[in-house]
Ligand binder design. Structure first.
Ligand code: AMP
Ligand code: ZN
Length: 115
């Protein structure tokens, strides 16, 4: 828990969110500024700032983040039509919140390459 981290505040429920998944290690909620019909954010409850800070002992945790994303995609019925997981790291990728998070985006045709 980091005092000035918006996602840690969502985990502690001191700021509201629409939770779509939660277990002991992971939480997911709807993005406040959705870029597609389905746009959820999946986070580990452990505060890690960026994907490049992951340590070998965090590998199980990140696997749980991915599993939660898959569950959400199934539940939101975009598993067959398709979905995208995105983890932005640092400035050029556009990372705005420095608590690792994975975007789960779907429900529309997406383009490639990303902007
Ligand atoms: P990134 O650019 O990868 O750091 O993405 C941060 C994401 O967090 C953006 O898509 C924001 O819309 C989203 N976001 C920021 N604050 C909140 C919030 N309070 N509740 C839900 N999503 C948020
Ligand atoms: Zn945090």
């Amino acid at each position: 828990m980091k005092e000035d981290c918006i996602f840690c505040k969502i985990i502690s429920k001191s700021i509201p969110s629409t939770i779509v998944y939660e277990d002991d290690a992971v939480m997911a909620f709807n993005d406040i500024n959705p870029q597609a019909p389905i746009h959820a954010i999946v986070i580990p409850k452990k505060h890690i700032e960026r994907i490049s800070d992951l340590r070998p002992e965090d590998s199980k945790l990140i696997s749980k983040v991915i599993s939660a994303g898959n569950k959400i995609a199934k539940e939101k019925k975009i598993a067959d039509s398709g979905y995208r997981f995105i983890i932005n790291c640092n400035k050029d990728a556009g990372q705005a919140v420095f608590h690792i998070h994975m975007h789960v985006i779907g429900g529309r045709q997406m383009g490639w390459p990303p902007g």
